[in-house]
Design a protein around this ligand. Structure first.
Ligand SMILES: Cc1ncc(COP(=O)(O)O)c(C=O)c1O
Length: 406
């Protein structure tokens, strides 16, 4: 059987590959520190679980939902966005409830892109963006950044990538995999650049919006210039802030022209999202999320602080940066002694992140995700969600590995 070129050309998820190996090693009795997690290992809010239980006995919870989501939920999502961002969306905006944030992104690409349309992706990026763009026959245009500017892509570089074929740019702040959000100044400069380029739509992935543990809080370009909302497409969902990745519920907020097109696509592909969870969310008080996240943010702050101390104590301050949001940290191998073991020559600047991560897992039992998956060579993503003690142990192992030359 021949598989379509559309699917054959998509890269396989490296995240899943290393995770599978970590699980296999753990099953064979080896102690593994698994830092690959892309989710919070906590129970969701009890008030939310109770609402799901309340809906269990209704037939409607098991039946099709409207393709674009329950109207009460959609208007609640729109109002909550306006309240938390301090902005008004106006009559021209709507929301489509999707089967998770990833589905929101693929719906957007499926409705927006024609063959050869370019989408600017800021690296390090969430692994899925370039693959979905390619699947939809678009062309990802990557703008790179470095740990030395705390992974902030330069506005000038973005400007250089804009062409008449640029259909959209994706902004993901707070960011997966860096665990940082772009500065307020960056958002102002970015807004100015977008005003100069009225043909570019902006996909704003806000799935980690509430997960920041150091001030200043994330701000957005549309708060600098509300005119830009008219070509903004927002991605969000409950996966991260309600610790509910398995419930598969996300949404797109966008001008009605796009939400209608997405509804048409969704109506012929997946139909409406999970009825039970939508019905529970209709009665859920979104204001509760903030207090729910407080202890989680404290935990992330404490682990980020431990990371800073351990890096400092082990002469790795030069590769350290301050993470502040989401729940990840990207370790840069390129200026640590360990890289020498993997280089094939003195001038070798190619990527060795899969081999380095494999060695870290096989020889030290610490699982991370190779940075190549995020467009950042010679690095690895680790998650900050682990319990404090094992997290510190894992860090000690990582830094001794980073400092090892033989
Ligand atoms: C930046 C970003 N956007 C979107 C998603 C999609 O989340 P989900 O499909 O689990 O709702 C993720 C998940 O890891 C993410 O990191």
């Amino acid at each position: 059987m021949n598989i379509s070129s559309r699917v054959s050309e998509i890269s396989e998820s490296i995240t899943l590959k290393l995770n599978a190996k970590a699980v296999e090693m753990a099953e064979s009795g080896k102690h593994i520190y698994n830092l690959t997690a892309g989710q919070l290992p906590f129970r969701p809010l009890p008030e939310f679980s109770a609402l799901i239980r309340d809906e269990l006995d209704f037939i409607r919870s098991y039946q099709y939902s409207p393709v674009n989501g329950y109207p009460e939920l959609r208007s609640k999502i729109l109002k909550n966005w306006e309240k938390t961002r301090g902005m008004e969306l106006g009559e021209d905006f709507d929301c489509v409830v999707t089967n998770g944030g990833k589905h929101a992104v693929s719906n957007i690409m499926g409705t927006l892109l024609d063959h050869g349309d370019e989408v600017i992706v800021l690296a390090p990026y969430w692994v899925t963006y370039p693959e979905i763009i390619k699947f939809c026959k678009g062309v990802p245009k990557i703008v790179y950044s470095s740990p030395f500017d705390v992974f902030t892509p330069s506005i000038d570089q973005i400007k250089k990538e804009i062409s008449p074929r640029t259909k959209a740019i994706i902004v993901n702040s707070p960011n997966n995999p860096t665990g940082t959000h772009y500065s307020d100044q960056w958002m102002s400069d970015f807004a100015a650049l977008m005003i100069e380029n009225p043909h570019v739509n902006i996909i704003c992935d806000e799935i980690y919006f509430q997960l920041f543990y150091y001030d200043p809080k994330p701000t957005f370009y549309y708060q600098k210039n509300p005119e830009l909302l008219a070509r903004t497409i927002i991605v969000d969902g409950i996966s991260k802030t309600l610790a509910s990745t398995g419930l598969r519920l996300g949404w797109v907020i966008a001008p009605k022209k796009l939400t209608k097109a997405i509804t048409k696509l969704q109506g012929q592909t997946t139909s409406g999202a999970n009825s039970l969870v939508q019905r529970a969310l209709v009665n859920f008080d979104f204001d509760l999320i903030e207090s729910y996240l407080e202890p989680i943010k404290k935990h992330l702050r404490d682990n980020a602080q431990t990371l800073r101390e351990v890096f400092k104590e082990n002469d790795l301050s030069h590769t350290w940066y301050q993470s502040s949001s989401a729940f990840y940290y990207l370790i840069d191998f390129s200026h640590t002694p360990v890289i020498e073991k993997f280089k094939t020559s003195e001038n070798d600047i190619t990527d060795h992140s899969p081999e380095i991560c494999e060695a870290l897992l096989e020889s030290k039992g610490v699982a991370t995700v190779p940075g190549v998956a995020f467009g950042m060579d010679n690095s690895a993503r680790m998650s900050l969600v682990m319990e404090k003690e094992p997290f510190k142990e894992a860090l000690e192992i990582i830094v001794s590995f980073l400092n090892s030359k033989d």
